[in-house]
Design a protein around this ligand. Sequence first.
Ligand code: SF4
Ligand code: SF4
Ligand code: SF4
Length: 302
Amino acid sequence: MKDISNKIRDIAVKLFQEKKIDIFIGWEKGALEFQTRPLIARNEADAAKLVFDEYAIHNLATLLLKFRDGGEKIGIVAKGCDSRSMVRLLEDRQFQRERLYIIGVGCPGMKDPLQAMAKHTGLKKINADGNGVAAKCLDCVQPNPVIYDELLGSQQAPQQSGERFARVAALEKMSADERYRFFEETLSKCIRCYACRQVCPACNCRTCIFDEMKPQWVGRENSTTDNMMYHLVKASHMAGRCVECGECERACPVDIPLMLLNQKLIKDVNAFFGPYEAGMSYIEGAKPPLSSYAEKDPDDFI
Ligand code: SF4
Ligand code: SF4
Ligand code: SF4
Protein backbone atom coordinates (compact mmCIF):
# COMPACT_ATOMS: atom_id res chain seq x y z
CA MET A 1 0.00 0.00 0.00
CA LYS A 2 3.05 2.27 0.34
CA ASP A 3 3.23 2.40 -3.43
CA ILE A 4 -0.43 3.49 -3.60
CA SER A 5 0.21 6.19 -0.96
CA ASN A 6 3.09 7.57 -3.02
CA LYS A 7 1.01 7.59 -6.19
CA ILE A 8 -1.90 9.35 -4.44
CA ARG A 9 0.48 12.03 -3.10
CA ASP A 10 2.06 12.53 -6.53
CA ILE A 11 -1.31 12.85 -8.25
CA ALA A 12 -2.64 15.26 -5.60
CA VAL A 13 0.47 17.48 -5.79
CA LYS A 14 0.27 17.55 -9.59
CA LEU A 15 -3.44 18.43 -9.49
CA PHE A 16 -2.67 21.35 -7.13
CA GLN A 17 0.27 22.51 -9.27
CA GLU A 18 -1.86 22.43 -12.42
CA LYS A 19 -4.64 24.28 -10.54
CA LYS A 20 -7.11 21.55 -11.45
CA ILE A 21 -8.33 21.23 -7.86
CA ASP A 22 -8.88 23.48 -4.83
CA ILE A 23 -9.17 20.66 -2.27
CA PHE A 24 -8.03 17.06 -2.04
CA ILE A 25 -9.77 14.61 0.28
CA GLY A 26 -7.85 11.53 1.43
CA TRP A 27 -6.30 10.20 4.64
CA GLU A 28 -3.35 11.11 6.85
CA LYS A 29 -1.60 9.19 9.61
CA GLY A 30 -2.33 9.87 13.27
CA ALA A 31 -0.01 9.21 16.21
CA LEU A 32 -0.58 5.46 16.44
CA GLU A 33 -0.38 2.79 13.79
CA PHE A 34 -4.17 2.23 13.70
CA GLN A 35 -4.99 5.95 13.70
CA THR A 36 -5.47 6.78 10.04
CA ARG A 37 -7.89 9.66 9.67
CA PRO A 38 -9.52 11.71 6.90
CA LEU A 39 -7.56 14.70 5.62
CA ILE A 40 -8.89 17.70 3.73
CA ALA A 41 -5.78 18.98 1.94
CA ARG A 42 -5.85 22.55 0.66
CA ASN A 43 -2.36 22.86 -0.83
CA GLU A 44 0.73 20.92 -1.88
CA ALA A 45 2.19 20.92 1.66
CA ASP A 46 -0.98 19.29 3.00
CA ALA A 47 -0.97 16.80 0.12
CA ALA A 48 2.47 15.57 1.22
CA LYS A 49 0.77 14.09 4.30
CA LEU A 50 -1.59 11.82 2.33
CA VAL A 51 -1.50 8.08 2.99
CA PHE A 52 -3.47 4.99 2.06
CA ASP A 53 -3.16 1.98 4.35
CA GLU A 54 -5.18 -0.85 5.92
CA TYR A 55 -6.92 1.58 8.31
CA ALA A 56 -8.21 3.93 5.58
CA ILE A 57 -11.67 2.68 6.45
CA HIS A 58 -13.75 5.89 6.55
CA ASN A 59 -16.18 6.62 3.78
CA LEU A 60 -14.81 9.89 2.41
CA ALA A 61 -17.85 10.59 0.23
CA THR A 62 -19.80 12.00 3.18
CA LEU A 63 -17.22 14.81 3.47
CA LEU A 64 -18.29 16.05 0.05
CA LEU A 65 -21.52 17.28 1.62
CA LYS A 66 -19.50 20.00 3.40
CA PHE A 67 -18.72 21.46 0.00
CA ARG A 68 -21.96 20.84 -1.89
CA ASP A 69 -22.88 24.54 -2.08
CA GLY A 70 -19.42 25.77 -3.12
CA GLY A 71 -17.76 25.77 -6.49
CA GLU A 72 -14.52 24.09 -5.40
CA LYS A 73 -13.02 21.43 -7.62
CA ILE A 74 -12.23 18.44 -5.45
CA GLY A 75 -9.81 15.55 -5.79
CA ILE A 76 -10.85 12.54 -3.71
CA VAL A 77 -9.81 8.93 -3.12
CA ALA A 78 -12.48 6.24 -3.47
CA LYS A 79 -12.58 2.60 -2.44
CA GLY A 80 -15.53 0.54 -3.66
CA CYS A 81 -17.95 1.71 -0.97
CA ASP A 82 -16.85 5.35 -1.18
CA SER A 83 -17.36 5.31 -4.95
CA ARG A 84 -20.88 3.84 -4.64
CA SER A 85 -21.65 6.63 -2.16
CA MET A 86 -20.41 9.20 -4.67
CA VAL A 87 -22.77 7.74 -7.25
CA ARG A 88 -25.61 8.14 -4.75
CA LEU A 89 -24.66 11.81 -4.17
CA LEU A 90 -24.60 12.39 -7.93
CA GLU A 91 -27.95 10.62 -8.38
CA ASP A 92 -29.43 12.75 -5.59
CA ARG A 93 -28.09 15.89 -7.31
CA GLN A 94 -26.04 16.74 -4.22
CA PHE A 95 -22.87 17.08 -6.25
CA GLN A 96 -21.81 17.64 -9.84
CA ARG A 97 -19.55 15.09 -11.54
CA GLU A 98 -17.47 17.80 -13.22
CA ARG A 99 -16.37 19.14 -9.81
CA LEU A 100 -14.76 15.81 -8.89
CA TYR A 101 -11.47 14.17 -9.78
CA ILE A 102 -11.80 10.66 -8.39
CA ILE A 103 -8.80 8.42 -7.72
CA GLY A 104 -10.18 4.91 -7.43
CA VAL A 105 -8.36 2.24 -5.43
CA GLY A 106 -9.23 -1.47 -5.47
CA CYS A 107 -9.83 -2.26 -1.80
CA PRO A 108 -8.46 -5.45 -0.23
CA GLY A 109 -10.64 -4.95 2.90
CA MET A 110 -9.87 -2.66 5.79
CA LYS A 111 -8.93 -3.32 9.39
CA ASP A 112 -11.15 -2.09 12.20
CA PRO A 113 -9.35 0.68 14.17
CA LEU A 114 -11.53 0.02 17.22
CA GLN A 115 -10.46 -3.63 17.32
CA ALA A 116 -6.86 -2.51 16.97
CA MET A 117 -7.26 0.06 19.72
CA ALA A 118 -8.87 -2.57 21.98
CA LYS A 119 -5.90 -4.83 21.39
CA HIS A 120 -3.50 -1.94 22.01
CA THR A 121 -5.11 -0.84 25.28
CA GLY A 122 -6.30 -4.26 26.47
CA LEU A 123 -9.54 -2.57 27.57
CA LYS A 124 -11.95 -4.61 25.48
CA LYS A 125 -11.83 -8.05 23.93
CA ILE A 126 -11.37 -8.05 20.18
CA ASN A 127 -13.69 -10.00 17.89
CA ALA A 128 -13.53 -13.76 18.11
CA ASP A 129 -11.78 -14.15 14.76
CA GLY A 130 -9.06 -11.83 16.04
CA ASN A 131 -7.78 -10.98 12.57
CA GLY A 132 -8.82 -7.38 12.88
CA VAL A 133 -10.81 -7.18 9.62
CA ALA A 134 -13.69 -4.74 9.90
CA ALA A 135 -17.15 -6.32 10.04
CA LYS A 136 -18.31 -4.15 7.14
CA CYS A 137 -15.66 -5.65 4.86
CA LEU A 138 -16.41 -9.34 5.49
CA ASP A 139 -19.11 -9.51 2.81
CA CYS A 140 -18.24 -6.60 0.57
CA VAL A 141 -19.88 -7.08 -2.82
CA GLN A 142 -18.04 -4.20 -4.50
CA PRO A 143 -14.46 -3.61 -3.34
CA ASN A 144 -13.51 -1.97 -6.64
CA PRO A 145 -14.44 1.62 -7.50
CA VAL A 146 -17.43 1.96 -9.82
CA ILE A 147 -16.60 5.53 -10.86
CA TYR A 148 -13.13 7.10 -11.19
CA ASP A 149 -10.84 9.28 -13.29
CA GLU A 150 -7.71 7.32 -12.42
CA LEU A 151 -7.45 3.81 -11.03
CA LEU A 152 -4.69 2.59 -8.69
CA GLY A 153 -3.87 -0.79 -7.22
CA SER A 154 -5.06 -4.18 -8.38
CA GLN A 155 -8.67 -5.21 -8.82
CA GLN A 156 -9.99 -7.14 -5.84
CA ALA A 157 -12.43 -10.04 -5.67
CA PRO A 158 -15.63 -9.48 -3.66
CA GLN A 159 -15.40 -10.73 -0.08
CA GLN A 160 -17.67 -13.70 0.50
CA SER A 161 -17.99 -15.08 3.99
CA GLY A 162 -21.45 -16.35 2.97
CA GLU A 163 -22.93 -14.54 5.99
CA ARG A 164 -24.11 -11.39 4.23
CA PHE A 165 -27.80 -11.90 5.04
CA ALA A 166 -27.39 -14.44 7.87
CA ARG A 167 -28.53 -12.04 10.60
CA VAL A 168 -31.50 -10.99 8.44
CA ALA A 169 -32.48 -14.63 7.84
CA ALA A 170 -32.44 -15.30 11.59
CA LEU A 171 -34.65 -12.27 12.14
CA GLU A 172 -37.10 -13.36 9.46
CA LYS A 173 -37.56 -16.68 11.24
CA MET A 174 -38.85 -14.94 14.39
CA SER A 175 -42.55 -14.40 15.02
CA ALA A 176 -43.84 -10.83 14.77
CA ASP A 177 -43.99 -10.58 18.58
CA GLU A 178 -40.44 -11.91 18.97
CA ARG A 179 -39.20 -9.43 16.38
CA TYR A 180 -40.95 -6.56 18.12
CA ARG A 181 -39.40 -7.50 21.46
CA PHE A 182 -35.98 -7.86 19.81
CA PHE A 183 -36.12 -4.38 18.31
CA GLU A 184 -37.66 -2.86 21.42
CA GLU A 185 -34.77 -4.13 23.50
CA THR A 186 -32.07 -3.42 20.91
CA LEU A 187 -33.22 0.11 20.11
CA SER A 188 -33.88 1.06 23.74
CA LYS A 189 -30.08 1.39 24.07
CA CYS A 190 -29.92 4.13 21.42
CA ILE A 191 -28.87 7.48 22.92
CA ARG A 192 -30.01 9.34 19.75
CA CYS A 193 -26.63 10.95 19.21
CA TYR A 194 -27.37 10.83 15.45
CA ALA A 195 -23.79 9.76 14.65
CA CYS A 196 -25.29 7.12 12.34
CA ARG A 197 -27.05 9.86 10.40
CA GLN A 198 -24.04 12.18 10.26
CA VAL A 199 -21.69 9.59 8.74
CA CYS A 200 -24.19 8.35 6.17
CA PRO A 201 -23.72 9.45 2.55
CA ALA A 202 -27.29 8.43 1.73
CA CYS A 203 -28.68 10.63 4.56
CA ASN A 204 -28.16 13.88 2.73
CA CYS A 205 -31.39 15.88 3.08
CA ARG A 206 -30.72 19.54 3.87
CA THR A 207 -33.56 19.64 6.38
CA CYS A 208 -33.85 16.45 8.36
CA ILE A 209 -37.21 15.39 9.81
CA PHE A 210 -35.47 14.70 13.13
CA ASP A 211 -34.26 18.30 13.48
CA GLU A 212 -37.65 19.83 12.72
CA MET A 213 -39.34 21.60 15.62
CA LYS A 214 -42.53 22.75 13.85
CA PRO A 215 -43.97 20.18 13.63
CA GLN A 216 -41.81 18.04 15.88
CA TRP A 217 -42.07 14.55 14.39
CA VAL A 218 -39.95 12.77 16.99
CA GLY A 219 -39.66 13.68 20.67
CA ARG A 220 -36.33 14.92 22.01
CA GLU A 221 -36.45 12.71 25.06
CA ASN A 222 -34.69 9.39 24.99
CA SER A 223 -37.63 7.02 25.00
CA THR A 224 -37.88 3.64 23.35
CA THR A 225 -40.95 4.76 21.36
CA ASP A 226 -39.13 7.78 19.93
CA ASN A 227 -36.02 5.69 19.31
CA MET A 228 -38.08 3.19 17.34
CA MET A 229 -39.69 6.01 15.38
CA TYR A 230 -36.22 7.37 14.52
CA HIS A 231 -34.93 4.02 13.33
CA LEU A 232 -38.08 3.13 11.40
CA VAL A 233 -38.04 6.42 9.52
CA LYS A 234 -34.27 6.39 8.90
CA ALA A 235 -34.31 2.79 7.69
CA SER A 236 -37.22 3.41 5.33
CA HIS A 237 -35.44 6.49 3.95
CA MET A 238 -32.43 4.25 3.24
CA ALA A 239 -34.42 1.75 1.18
CA GLY A 240 -32.90 1.60 -2.29
CA ARG A 241 -30.26 4.14 -1.24
CA CYS A 242 -28.00 2.37 1.27
CA VAL A 243 -24.66 1.40 -0.30
CA GLU A 244 -23.77 -0.93 2.57
CA CYS A 245 -20.67 1.04 3.55
CA GLY A 246 -21.30 0.04 7.17
CA GLU A 247 -20.22 3.41 8.54
CA CYS A 248 -23.42 3.89 10.57
CA GLU A 249 -22.90 0.68 12.52
CA ARG A 250 -19.19 1.43 12.91
CA ALA A 251 -19.91 4.92 14.29
CA CYS A 252 -22.53 3.81 16.81
CA PRO A 253 -21.14 4.28 20.34
CA VAL A 254 -23.51 1.70 21.84
CA ASP A 255 -23.04 -1.06 19.25
CA ILE A 256 -26.54 -1.11 17.79
CA PRO A 257 -26.59 -3.58 14.85
CA LEU A 258 -27.81 -1.04 12.33
CA MET A 259 -26.75 -3.12 9.33
CA LEU A 260 -29.43 -5.60 10.29
CA LEU A 261 -32.09 -3.04 9.37
CA ASN A 262 -30.20 -1.80 6.32
CA GLN A 263 -29.53 -5.29 4.98
CA LYS A 264 -33.16 -6.32 5.45
CA LEU A 265 -34.13 -3.38 3.25
CA ILE A 266 -31.38 -4.13 0.72
CA LYS A 267 -32.64 -7.73 0.52
CA ASP A 268 -36.29 -6.68 0.14
CA VAL A 269 -35.68 -3.90 -2.39
CA ASN A 270 -33.68 -6.40 -4.43
CA ALA A 271 -36.49 -9.00 -4.21
CA PHE A 272 -39.41 -6.62 -4.91
CA PHE A 273 -37.88 -4.10 -7.31
CA GLY A 274 -34.55 -5.63 -8.37
CA PRO A 275 -32.16 -7.01 -9.13
CA TYR A 276 -30.72 -3.86 -7.64
CA GLU A 277 -27.77 -2.75 -5.51
CA ALA A 278 -27.53 0.99 -4.82
CA GLY A 279 -24.83 3.09 -6.46
CA MET A 280 -23.29 0.38 -8.63
CA SER A 281 -23.02 2.55 -11.71
CA TYR A 282 -23.56 6.15 -12.65
CA ILE A 283 -25.93 6.86 -15.49
CA GLU A 284 -26.79 10.53 -15.76
CA GLY A 285 -30.48 11.06 -14.99
CA ALA A 286 -30.98 7.51 -13.64
CA LYS A 287 -32.94 7.16 -10.40
CA PRO A 288 -32.95 4.47 -7.71
CA PRO A 289 -36.04 2.18 -7.66
CA LEU A 290 -37.85 3.96 -4.87
CA SER A 291 -37.37 7.34 -6.52
CA SER A 292 -39.25 6.25 -9.63
CA TYR A 293 -42.69 4.82 -10.28
CA ALA A 294 -43.90 2.20 -12.73
CA GLU A 295 -47.47 0.96 -13.07
CA LYS A 296 -46.35 -2.63 -12.62
CA ASP A 297 -44.69 -1.89 -9.25
CA PRO A 298 -45.98 -4.28 -6.56
CA ASP A 299 -48.62 -2.55 -4.43
CA ASP A 300 -50.22 -5.37 -2.46
CA PHE A 301 -48.72 -3.97 0.76
CA ILE A 302 -50.77 -0.76 0.46
S1 SF4 B 1 -16.80 -2.24 2.46
FE1 SF4 B 1 -15.63 -3.01 0.71
S2 SF4 B 1 -14.80 -1.22 -0.34
FE2 SF4 B 1 -15.53 -0.56 1.67
S3 SF4 B 1 -13.73 -0.64 2.98
FE3 SF4 B 1 -14.71 -2.64 3.19
S4 SF4 B 1 -13.84 -4.00 1.60
FE4 SF4 B 1 -13.26 -1.87 1.15
S1 SF4 C 1 -25.23 6.14 16.38
FE1 SF4 C 1 -26.17 4.56 17.68
S2 SF4 C 1 -26.73 5.64 19.55
FE2 SF4 C 1 -26.35 7.21 18.03
S3 SF4 C 1 -28.39 7.61 17.13
FE3 SF4 C 1 -27.41 6.06 15.85
S4 SF4 C 1 -28.11 4.08 16.67
FE4 SF4 C 1 -28.53 5.66 18.23
S1 SF4 D 1 -27.21 3.47 6.06
FE1 SF4 D 1 -25.18 2.93 6.92
S2 SF4 D 1 -24.39 1.41 5.49
FE2 SF4 D 1 -26.07 2.44 4.45
S3 SF4 D 1 -25.10 4.09 3.28
FE3 SF4 D 1 -25.71 4.94 5.27
S4 SF4 D 1 -23.88 4.75 6.57
FE4 SF4 D 1 -23.59 3.40 4.78
